[in-house]
Write a protein that binds this ligand. Structure first.
Ligand code: AHM
Ligand code: MG
Length: 341
């Protein structure tokens, strides 16, 4: 019997990305940057899976920049990512959902890439042992790196529209740990083999079905929805000769809800409503990277009125409404918004 060695994320990136980047004469070592993210995610994965026995459950006594209760695992995940990114020698600046200002490595370690991340998405699900995840987006720096390439970056490096992303991904900590990486070349998923400590390619070339059978939204907010969201959800629940009603699926962790949408198709939504005029999810850490991943898999991401990719951020922690998933489902939302505008 022929034994084929598995394709690891590290070797996939080395072969695919380093060769392409060198051919294009690009600065910086994307593979080294990604290695640092992988290492951080492996440590977070172990902490999440051992949270109960290691007494990492529960809240700390402070709230974060968003005014939300901070959990022990939030802090551990944030500190771990910052440590690995800053020591990679590839980071220009980073920005995190859990940190007020931009994060800069020491000058002698300054590099070419900008990383925006949500260290542990789905915090409200942590103590119940439900899926949580890390989300990240990668940009090139736009500030001048200086003659030695070590000039510190600034906030403008972080305030780039999602269309400038060069890669994005998430790691979902569930029954298994799965890292999904999107680059200009496409979207691939890797499962952590804890026996060898490597992410192994398990979901090659992910493509979303053009139309789905599920919708994913917090229906508890329905009294505050705008007319267009209400109309689209009514469509999802309707049934005639041409269509069956969609099934509702909602975990309450964006990583889990988007991962299911990526695998099976459908639509995930966190719209604007009367109480939250920009929805809940953050542009730099959640909407931008997830929109990029879904687009690279053949789907679409919109606020209802404009493409997520085109939003120019003005501040680090701003929010954006989002509808993302199968192309035809998202286009239907856009058509309803256009009709009602
Ligand atoms: P978090 O980053 O603080 O965990 O909040 C984001 C999460 C998303 O993962 C999820 O889609 C959403 O909040 C759920 O919000 P709600 O509980 O309002 O439905
Ligand atoms: Mg989050």
């Amino acid at each position: 019997m022929e034994v084929r060695p598995p394709l690891t994320l590290s070797s996939f990136i080395l072969f695919e990305e380093r060769r392409r980047a060198r051919a294009a004469g690009e600065k910086g070592d994307f593979c080294a940057l990604l290695a640092s993210i992988q290492s951080a995610c492996k440590i977070i994965s172990r902490a999440v899976h051992r949270a109960g026995v290691d007494e990492l459950h529960g809240a700390l006594e402070h709230v974060n920049i968003q005014g939300e209760v901070v959990k022990r695992l939030d802090v551990l995940s944030n500190d771990t990512l910052i440590h690995f990114l800053c020591n990679s020698g590839q980071l220009c600046v980073a920005t995190s959902e859990e940190t007020e200002d931009i994060i800069r490595p020491p000058d002698y370690l300054t590099g070419e890439f900008v990383v925006t991340f949500d260290p542990l998405d789905g915090s409200s699900n942590i103590d119940a042992g439900v899926n949580v995840g890390t989300i990240f987006g990668i940009y090139r720096r736009i500030s001048d790196s200086g003659p030695d390439g070590r000039q510190p970056g600034n906030i403008q490096d972080a305030l780039q529209p999602p269309k400038n992303l060069i890669a994005a991904g998430y790691t979902m900590y569930g029954a298994s740990t799965i890292l999904v990486l999107a680059t200009e070349q496409g979207v691939n998923g890797f499962t952590l083999d804890t026996g060898i400590g490597e992410f192994i390619m398990t979901h090659p070339e992910i493509k979303l079905p053009t139309r789905g059978k599920t919708y994913s939204i917090n229906e508890g907010n329905s009294a505050s929805w705008d007319k267009s969201t209400t109309e689209f959800i009514a469509y999802c629940k309707s049934e005639d000769e041409s269509k069956k009603c969609y099934s509702l699926r909602y975990i309450g962790t964006m990583v889990g809800d988007v991962h299911r949408t990526l695998c099976y198709g459908g639509i995930f939504m966190y719209p604007a409503d009367a109480r939250a005029k920009n929805g809940k999810l953050r542009l730099l850490y959640e909407c931008g990277p997830m929109g990029y991943i879904v687009e690279k898999a053949g789907g679409r991401a919109t606020t209802g009125k404009m493409q997520i990719r085109d939003i120019q951020p003005v501040e680090l922690h701003e929010r954006a409404p989002i509808f993302l998933g199968s192309k035809l489902d998202v286009e239907q939302v856009e058509a309803i918004y256009a009709k009602n505008s």
